[in-house]
Design a protein around this ligand. Structure first.
Ligand code: NAD
Ligand code: ZN
Length: 256
């Protein structure tokens, strides 16, 4: 039976069942999938919460190849605004706890849907970025990769081939970076414990990773203040903010 814990309001109470911690202490292979919720406590809006980014903007106006073709300047400038916002934020205790968690297991991979680079900044090493990274650009025509800062009088800047530069992100309707998804599926199929943290589990194919892990008998744990599409599948649903729950999880692994 799934167990759903009440939201945690203090750091005194540890919200983990006796089933999770002993299992985690013995685990050899752990995979964590993160979504926009992990960066919410750093001040970056999620996409689908009521105050999220898509509350003010329509995805099809900004985050599709068609939108970029239609109005490259508008899309570039929206991302320039997001980049400026992201530059002002720092990783939160949830990001740092995940970087620490990595050190407890022989095999640990953090698969993220986030494009903000905060996991790397917090010190996570084995990170797969499913949806790219906002701190890089690539050519819309030849796919050449460029750094975030590109000197140019034109907006958007142009590649040497003449194509426009765009952020190196996966937009709606685009394929995920070659190899990254296959590797993520392999890891999901192979792990003992799979954490789904701060994701609405609505965006596929990322959302199919926890399902795939569960089908292959991984112990599935969800950390989110709200229930999601996959809550009914999880062995443990921990209702709470990742910035509060994850540091407690790490403390539970440290011998007292
Ligand atoms: P989403 O917006 O669909 O869902 C966010 C989830 O986070 C929700 O389930 C919400 O309940 C949960 N949440 C909110 N606050 C939380 C907290 N403090 N702790 C834990 N969970 C919390 O986001 P998604 O599932 O990642 O999918 C949307 C897509 O949005 C992804 O493709 C991602 O690339 C992109 N995105 C990325 C960023 C970023 O890089 N920071 C920001 C917005 C969107
Ligand atoms: Zn090019």
């Amino acid at each position: 039976m799934n167990s759903i814990f009440s939201p945690v309001h203090t750091t005194q109470t540890r919200p983990f069942s006796e089933r999770l911690i002993p299992r985690l202490k013995k685990a050899q292979s752990v995979v964590v999938l993160t979504g926009a919720g992990v960066s919410a406590e750093s001040g970056i809006s999620t996409f689908r919460d009521p105050d999220g980014l898509w509350a003010d903007f329509k995805p099809e106006d900004l985050a599709t190849p068609e939108a970029f073709r239609r109005n490259p300047k508008r899309v570039w400038e929206w991302y320039a605004w997001r980049r400026e916002k992201i530059k002002t934020v720092r990783p939160n205790p949830g990001h740092f706890a995940l970087a620490e968690l990595e050190m407890f297991f022989p095999k640990f991979t953090l698969i993220t849907q986030n494009v903000d680079g905060l996991h790397l900044l917090a010190g996570s090493k084995n990170v797969l970025e499913l949806h790219g990274n906002i701190h890089r650009n690539k050519c819309f025509t030849c796919q050449n990769i460029y750094p975030e800062e590109v000197e140019s009088k034109e907006i958007p800047p142009r590649c040497n081939c003449g194509g426009w530069l765009r952020p190196d992100l996966v937009w709606f309707g685009e394929m995920l970076p070659a190899g990254v998804l296959e590797k993520s599926y392999d890891l999901a199929r192979d792990c003992e414990i799979f954490f789904s943290v701060g994701t609405s589990a609505l965006v596929h194919p990322a959302a199919s990773l926890p399902i795939c892990a569960k089908e292959r008998s991984a112990f599935l744990v969800e950390i989110n203040p709200n229930q999601t599409e996959i809550s009914h599948l999880a062995d443990q649903v921990i209702l709470g903010k990742s910035g509060e729950i994850l540091p407690q999880l790490v403390s539970s692994l440290v011998p007292s």
